[in-house]
Design a protein. Structure first.
Lengths: 94, 227
């Protein structure tokens, strides 16, 4: 991966972990252990629809992107890796 | 900590109750809570700020419910922004408030006559957008499909259940347009530090944020007190 793109990917990853830390009320060390296949919506009981709605709003604000209703599906919210891939694709478009 | 009663014009049959903390000084602060689910998530922070304002900063404060929310007996579906503001004005007059502090969307229902400090204010449209998104997510989980456009239409004509809150058509259309009042002072989360507690999936607390927020409110009250 070229240096610039790698740096972008690292920033996306860090920002997304920070948002999850805030939403889930975890210590940063805990979200640091999230892997691509770590389960989110449907796996973490506290992450209900209202919390996911808040999570998506915060992602929009901090990445300065707009998430349309039709962008949102169960798969993109199911794991940390899927959510990160979605945000990377969205920020690349913007 | 005490419960005081006040006459809520939206429910004249019985007095409403507000949570009050008595401070030794002359300043009396009305607090307009955050709306709906954010009100629950920020409840502890709100009350912890009241406790510190009274104990450390000699400021008396009172926290009423918005009509239809929390322990209020008034029907939520019958409310709009004018009825909410009217209730907050009635509480202000009854309590003899000198200043107003609002949390998040509470800024939209603040009484207009007093100096106001808005903690992390938010537009009505942003609140509705998030609640509609939560509803779309949960119906999709249940295997049904709704569209935002259809829900908005329904909400504007008949009202809508959003996240357990029965929001009437008038309140919905009011909120779609509502912006926090411009001349009030804003206190953004960046000045408090730490992660915003309204983002939490489950209600949390932060003694540090309560300390900082109470100090900032006290400084503002002292600075804007009428001579």
């Amino acid at each position: 991966m070229p240096v610039f793109e790698r740096a972008m990917a690292d920033t996306t990853d860090q920002t997304l972990r920070a948002i999850l830390t805030d939403v889930l009320g975890l210590a940063p060390e805990q979200t640091a252990t999230f892997e691509a296949d770590t389960g989110l919506f449907g796996h973490l009981p506290e992450l209900d629809s209202m919390a996911v709605a808040g999570l998506l709003t915060e992602i929009e604000d901090r990445f300065d992107i707009l998430i349309e209703d039709e962008d949102i599906d169960g798969e993109m919210l199911e794991t940390y890796g899927a959510l990160r891939a979605f945000v990377s694709a969205k920020t690349a478009q913007g | 900590m005490d419960y005081i009663s006040w006459p809520d014009p939206t429910f004249p049959r019985e007095p409403a109750h507000a949570l009050a903390f008595e401070g030794a000084g002359p300043h009396r602060l009305l607090i307009v809570p955050a709306l709906f689910d954010e009100g629950n998530r920020l409840r502890r922070l709100t009350v912890e700020v009241q406790r510190r304002l009274a104990g450390r900063h000699t400021i008396t404060s009172v926290l009423p419910d918005l009509p239809g929310c929390n322990e209020s007996l008034a029907p939520l579906e019958a409310q709009d922004l004018a009825s909410w503001r009217g209730a907050m004005e009635a509480c202000t007059a009854h309590f003899g408030a000198t200043h107003v502090l609002t949390f998040r969307g509470g800024a939209l229902a603040a009484p207009r006559a007093l100096p106001a400090l808005h903690y992390a204010p938010v537009t009505g449209a942003a609140i509705l957008r998030q609640m509609l998104r939560a509803r779309l997510l949960s119906t999709r989980e249940a295997g049904r499909t709704e569209t935002r456009a259809r829900l908005e239409n329904l909400a504007r004509t008949k009202g809508l259940d959003l996240n357990g809150y029965r929001i009437g058509a008038r309140l919905f259309t009011d909120l779609e347009q509502a912006e926090p009042r411009g001349e009030a002072q804003d206190l953004p989360q960046s000045q408090i530090g730490g992660a915003a507690l309204w983002l939490r999936a489950e209600p949390g607390e932060s003694p540090e944020q309560a300390d900082t927020l109470a100090r900032a409110v006290a400084e503002w009250v002292e600075g804007s007190a009428r001579p």
